[in-house]
Every structure is written in C-alpha cells, then in structure tokens.
Design a binder for this molecule. Structure first.
Ligand code: F6R
Length: 241
C-alpha cells in the first residue's frame, strides 16, 4: 500500500487528477474505473480544466463506473449516470459510447450484473480504478460482510448508507433501497487502484484501513492485498482517532 498524505482536499484532488491525467497521457486508450460521490468531484473539475487548457484527450478512453441505484434511469438527477455526465463526461471529449455505468432500470438485474462483469473481463481488466470510501469502509456499494470474491451484484443498501446519501435526494424516502455494484473481486481486477479519503467523517475508516486487519467486516481492507494500491488522504481524515 502506497500512502500519500496531503494537507487539504484541494491538494488531494490535485494529486489524484495528476495521476489520472498522466495515465491518460501515457495510454490514450486507457480503461478508467470511476466513482461518484463528493470525494472525486474536485479531481473531475481539475481534469476538465486540464482538458480545456492543455487539450488532454479522452477520445479513446473507456470508463467503467462502480455502481448505480436500482430504479433510477439516466434522466434522474440523482442517478449516477446523470452525475457522471454532469460532473465529467459532458465537459471532456469522451465518446459517450465508451462510458459505462450499470443499468439500474434493467428488467433482469441479475443478467445486467453478469453482462457488466463480462464487459470488464472483455476489456482485459481496468488500468486504474478510482475509489472513495464509506464511513463503514464500503467501496462501491460493497457493505461490510461482502465476500472478497464478490463480482458485480445487486445489493440492499444499509440504512446508514441511504441516510448518508440522502443529501443527493429531496428526502430519505426517495433514496433507492437497492443498487448494482461492482464486487470486491471486480475492483481488485484493476491493474492499479487509487483510493481517496477526505474529511473528519472518514477518520475512523482511514484509521481502520491503515492499522486494522484484512477482514470482510471492513471491505476496503481487501485493497491491501492489491500489489498496486495507493491511498491519498488529507489532514482532516486523520483527526479524532
Ligand atoms: C461511489 C461509491 C461509494 C462512494 C463512497 C464515498 O460510486 O461507490 O463507495 O465512493 O460512498 O462517498 P463520498 O465521496 O460522497 O463520501
């Protein structure tokens, strides 16, 4: 595990954006695993700025997102497809056909999961997987107790995750109860993994990652088995523990 400590969220975003942009420059047809949530937003903004200023091209880049809510279609403002379009894809020269987010409104959700995992395998695995972390150590929507050998699957969201994510909805009742998520084994297939941890609310999760055991009760601990895993965290995430 490579550990990078920075002072602020802005520095964390800059560092992560640099790593992603370098990957894109080195390999213009790189396959990037992307995440939603608040944490990567700063990095996405910097990637857009760099694209506009320096012309870094995403023409042949392929992206694969971690997860999507069940029941929300691409037009729903709280869907992860909508989020990705708004926060990144619409502002860079990526071919939308090369951007993949699970289809949360698929009639046969199990078949959708199978198809998604097969797509990752057909791509030959991803080159770089970007991740955030939940307060309980979830990665993607893999909640505590998820087997480390899990592939893309449908999950029941925990009351805590629904509560934390209700900030993206008008009320908690609107937060879906299920999601499709890449599994822990799907995430570990990536050649490189970059985890971003920012803010005091994540302090306990960071502490467990740095000092705890590798155990299914803390999903992010699986990443410590990966040969090319980097965690970037800010000072606030070190507070209070
Ligand atoms: C997002 C995802 C989640 C988030 C995590 C942290 O696609 O899979 O695991 O990365 O919940 O969310 P934020 O960054 O909002 O704290």
């Amino acid at each position: 595990m490579n550990v990078i400590q920075v002072d602020t969220y802005e520095e964390l975003s800059k560092k992560a954006a640099e790593i992603i942009i370098n990957k894109v420059k080195q390999n213009p047809s790189a396959k990037l695993g992307l995440a939603t949530g608040s944490t990567p937003v700063g990095s996405y903004k910097l990637m857009i700025e760099d694209h506009k200023r320096n012309g870094t091209s995403y023409e042949d880049i392929i992206t694969v997102n971690l997860d999507e809510y069940v029941g929300l279609n691409a037009d729903h403002p709280s869907s992860y497809r909508f989020f990705m379009d708004e926060q990144l894809f619409d502002s860079i020269n990526i071919n939308k056909k090369n951007t993949h987010v699970p289809n949360g409104t698929a009639e046969d959700l199990k078949a959708e999961c199978k198809k998604y995992e097969a797509m990752i395998d057909e791509l030959g695995g991803l080159d770089l997987q970007l991740l955030g972390i939940g307060q309980n150590g979830h990665i993607g929507f893999n909640e505590p107790g998820t087997p480390f050998n899990s592939v893309t699957h449908v999950v029941d969201l925990t009351p805590n995750t629904r509560d934390v994510n209700s900030r993206f909805f008008s009320s908690i009742e609107e937060v879906p109860t299920k999601a499709i998520t890449m599994g822990i084994a799907s995430i570990l297939k990536s050649k490189e993994i970059l985890l971003l941890i920012s803010g005091e609310a994540k302090a306990e999760a960071l502490h467990k990652l740095l000092h705890g055991n590798i155990d299914e009760s803390f999903p992010a601990s699986a990443l410590k088995n990966h040969p090319n895993f980097t965690v970037i965290f800010d000072k606030a995430a070190l507070k209070g523990v």
